[in-house]
Design a protein around this ligand. Structure first.
Ligand code: LLP
Length: 421
């Protein structure tokens, strides 16, 4: 359930008519509903109220500092994967004691920053990373809190690019060699072993793979205990999917119930790293139709709706062939047509939808690309020298610009005009 609904045939975000915002900020822009963000965070987090847990929002899904701040105020922590995400989480006032750091390629500088900040856990993903972390922590004279990310070799049954828990994926340490790494870590002066983690993929629409992974992790924790190694944190990662089209993902409460049941008897704090399930349906991309045209005729007839948003603003359709529902901001009741909705970028891969049945739309009208709150703005770029778009947050009848639209100067601010003879 989200707060983008039609009132008198006009799409509203909470109490505000979307065209009102478009008139002030211009298009395209990302639009988030604060009520939806809060509702989804609460729905997820409260599902685990029966057990010790910490919900660490996956910053990569939606990293605007106003949104991170909201989750922080609701008791959330952050799952980060770079020094940049650490910087954002700290700017947003997230308690560093609730920040966990995942990712296969942490640099020395990033480790230093995270140690200096005093984060809760490093999810270590390789033997070499462990050695580097020991070295950096020793140089700083501190102790690094560590969990190893286990690769449970479980099929998450999702898109190949976002499946991470298979043996062939680059993530984590195989269960068989992990035991040895725990033993090695225990001998290190500046490493404190506190946890075990895993994350098997994103946009999962079934609970079973999570349970399968959790059972493997639990079994592994038992083996660690056998070696005298106690675990304080069990991090199950993120990955719960949302409905973009026809998918029927588990309700967060059903997910929480199944996990909670499986956690019975485990004497540790459960950490979760949800991203998409919290923000995915809390944001849309609003765009204006620039032109409509028909190419070819007869059997080859092809209708195009050319909008002012492009693959640099929302990459998911081009990169994953992802489906995003497209709705007119004003319901017109016009007849439906099959169209390609495309952007202005000079690539055939620049599309938001292909062969989509949509009510006829006309030049100058507004469209909403739905379910863009996760991996929307965060994956955007300046490709084709297109300034990044604005982000707007609505809370009831209040409209807040939470990121200004970039201008041309913003785009070249880090460039140096060097004249080479
Ligand atoms: N934790 C870790 C270690 C992750 O790698 C991810 C996502 C998450 C948590 C959050 O997963 P979520 O709850 O959002 O599924 N750009 C892709 C998704 C990439 C996901 C990468 N890792 C997309 O647009 O579908």
């Amino acid at each position: 359930m989200h707060h983008f609904q039609y009132k008198n045939n006009i799409m509203h975000c909470e109490d505000i008519a979307v065209p009102e915002i478009a008139a002030k900020t211009g298009t395209p822009f990302y639009l988030y509903s604060a009520a939806t963000l809060k509702r989804h965070f609460h729905a997820f987090d409260s599902g685990f109220k029966g057990i010790n847990h910490l919900t660490c929002f996956a910053v990569k899904a939606c990293s605007n500092i106003s949104i991170l701040q909201q989750f922080g105020r609701m008791g959330g922590g952050a799952d980060i994967v770079s020094g940049g995400e650490l910087f954002r989480a700290m700017k947003a006032g997230i308690d560093p004691g609730k920040i966990i750091y995942s990712g296969v390629g942490k640099t020395e500088a990033e480790m230093r920053e995270a140690l200096f900040a005093g984060i809760l856990l490093f999810n270590v993903e390789s033997p070499q990373e462990l050695d580097r972390l020991q070295k950096v922590a020793a140089e700083l004279g501190v102790t690094a809190p560590v969990a190893f990310r286990i690769n449970p070799d479980v099929d998450p049954k999702t898109h190949a690019y976002i499946s991470t828990g298979l043996a062939k994926n680059k993530f984590g340490i195989p269960v068989d060699s992990a035991l040895q790494e725990y033993a090695r870590a225990q001998q290190m002066d500046n490493i404190e072993v506190l946890g075990v983690s895993c994350h098997i993929g994103s946009q999962l629409t079934q609970i079973d793979p999570f349970i399968e992974a959790l059972r493997k992790v639990k079994n592994f924790v038992g083996r660690l205990q056998g070696e005298g190694i106690e675990i304080k944190y069990l991090d199950l990662g993120g990955g719960v999917g949302i409905t973009y089209d026809q998918e029927d993902p588990p309700h967060p409460h059903a997910y929480a119930e199944a996990i909670t049941k499986e956690m019975q008897g485990m004497d540790c704090t459960l950490i979760l790293e949800p991203g998409r399930v919290i923000v995915g349906n809390a944001g849309i991309l609003v765009t204006e139709v620039q032109y409509t045209k028909v190419n070819a005729g007869g059997e080859k007839e092809k209708r195009f709706v050319i909008i002012d948003a492009a693959m640099n603003d929302l990459t998911r359709p081009s990169l994953y062939d992802a489906f995003h529902e497209i709705l007119p901001i004003k319901e017109t009741g016009r007849e439906k047509q099959i169209v390609d909705v495309v952007g202005p970028i000079c690539e055939t891969g620049d599309f938001m939808a292909r062969d989509r049945l949509l009510p006829e739309v006309k030049q100058g009208e507004l469209l909403a690309i739905m379910s863009c709150g996760a991996y929307g703005f965060t994956m955007s770029s300046n490709y084709n020298s297109r300034p990044r778009v604005a982000e707007v947050l609505v809370n009831g009848d209040q409209v807040h610009i939470i990121r200004k639209r970039e201008d041309y100067d913003d785009m070249i601010t880090s460039e140096l005009l060097v004249e080479v003879p």
